[in-house]
Design a protein around this ligand. Structure first.
Ligand SMILES: [Zn+2]
Length: 412
């Protein structure tokens, strides 16, 4: 990630600032020592100002955040490759993770929150980076998730040791993890609409676990679908509900009251519907699950629940990077405006990941952002790809105006 270290002006055609406010047109961004000093209407005065970087044909927005990925898994629909990835050693997975990060970067994603893998490989990968601020995509990872023995979650985590409570396990878990992931329900049924699985942990177990994590300064993301599993997660004080299919209105109200963030991962069901045999019960059920989730998202918006965009990339048909654009489109189909959907993928995501001074293009924030060539309407049409300037293109663009005078480099 390159941060603009110098000072100067940018003339932006359009800004989507990550706050959910409307698209701003013809704007001047003043940058001072790598931070945004002001954002104001350009009124044409920057056009010929010496040293101003001309991005008047571009849309700038904060780097995107995918708040739910599994870096060890690809979304490929190849059973043999999937089987390999779900049971491999670190040497096999390491280049897989590198490839996913590259893909994510191409799509403008600058930070991800990883929900865990059986080997703790994403955490190991991150720890092997000599300086993770130099990594093209910031990784926040749970390492391995926690689950109940004999229940769902084997691919992404492990149960506490024999005789150990969940809270006790969290107290002694690897210190380098960025957050805690707990699996509190099963998967969504693709044979029976809305079938709920019982909570994996009791409210008491979960409450103690969340407070143990919070004492260590770690946020807690909880995989949960269905009314009871989500209710216990929210009552236990978790920081985010992951998936939350079929959670129901009462839970949405609870989350609005407590400020619990929701990461709906609707794209997983869209991908199932598209990748399974279209006449199969499973494909029909995936479509119904998706429709129901979109209704819940619309209700969450009405109630004021904070949504962070997450895709569960690595799930069948959910590809790292492109899935962010699929999920953005789904949020819009549920009633979000483009800037509101982008807010879920920038400001709200950065807040959930605890990334300071990023996620918004507003006064005082770091001057790192992604640059899309074209107007905001084209952003989703092109699904971002090919539209974002690469770092070298951004530098080049900078040099074009450099004939006037050079300033820093940006492009998140
Ligand atoms: Zn997941």
């Amino acid at each position: 990630m390159t941060v603009m270290t110098e000072s100067g002006f940018i003339h932006a055609g359009w800004i989507i600032d990550g706050t959910g406010g409307p698209v701003q047109q013809d704007m001047a961004v003043q940058i001072d020592k790598g931070f945004i000093r002001s954002v104001a209407v350009s009124q044409g005065y920057l056009v010929n100002k010496p040293g101003a970087v001309d991005l008047s044909d571009c849309t700038i927005l904060p780097g995107l955040v995918d708040a739910h990925v599994h870096l060890f898994m690809s979304g490929v629909n190849d059973p043999a490759l999937r089987a390999l990835q779900l049971n491999a050693d670190y040497n096999f997975i390491k280049p897989v993770i590198a490839k996913h990060l590259k893909q994510l970067h191409t799509y403008g994603v600058r930070a991800v929150r990883d929900g865990g893998d059986y080997g703790g490989y994403a955490l190991r990968y991150k720890n092997e980076c000599p300086d993770d601020t130099l990594c093209p995509v910031q990784i926040k990872t749970a390492g391995k998730a926690w689950r109940k023995p004999g229940r769902y979650g084997k691919l992404i985590g492990r149960p506490p040791a024999d005789g150990q409570t969940l809270a006790g396990a969290i107290k002694s878990q690897n210190i380098s993890a960025d957050h805690v992931k707990i699996v509190q329900s099963g998967l969504n049924s693709l044979s029976q609409f809305g079938r709920e699985t019982p909570p994996q942990f009791t409210l008491e177990e979960l409450s103690e676990a969340v407070s143990a994590a919070h004492k260590r300064g770690l946020k807690v993301m909880v995989h949960c679908n269905g009314e009871q599993p989500v209710k216990t997660a929210v009552q236990a004080g978790c920081d985010s509900v992951e998936h939350g299919f079929f959670m129901g209105t009462d839970n949405l109200k609870r989350m609005a009251d407590t400020g619990t963030v929701w990461v709906p991962t609707a794209v997983t069901m869209k991908a199932y519907a598209e990748h399974l045999n279209p006449d199969s019960t499973e494909a029909v059920m995936a479509r119904r699950n998706l429709d129901h989730q979109l209704e819940q998202i619309a209700e969450a918006k009405r109630l004021g629940v904070v949504i962070a965009l997450g895709t569960d990339a690595g799930s069948l048909g959910v590809h790292h990077g492109s899935a962010v654009f699929e999920e953005l489109k789904l949020l819009i189909s549920a009633g979000f405006t483009l800037p509101e959907a982008i807010q879920c993928a920038t400001g709200n995501g950065a807040g959930l990941l605890g990334i300071k001074r990023q996620g918004q293009i507003t006064k005082g924030m770091a001057a790192t952002f992604i640059i899309f060539k074209g107007s905001p309407e084209k952003l989703l049409q092109s699904s971002g790809k090919s539209g974002f300037l690469t770092e070298s293109q951004a530098i080049k663009k900078n040099r074009v105006s450099e004939t006037r005078k050079s300033h820093g480099i940006y492009n998140g």
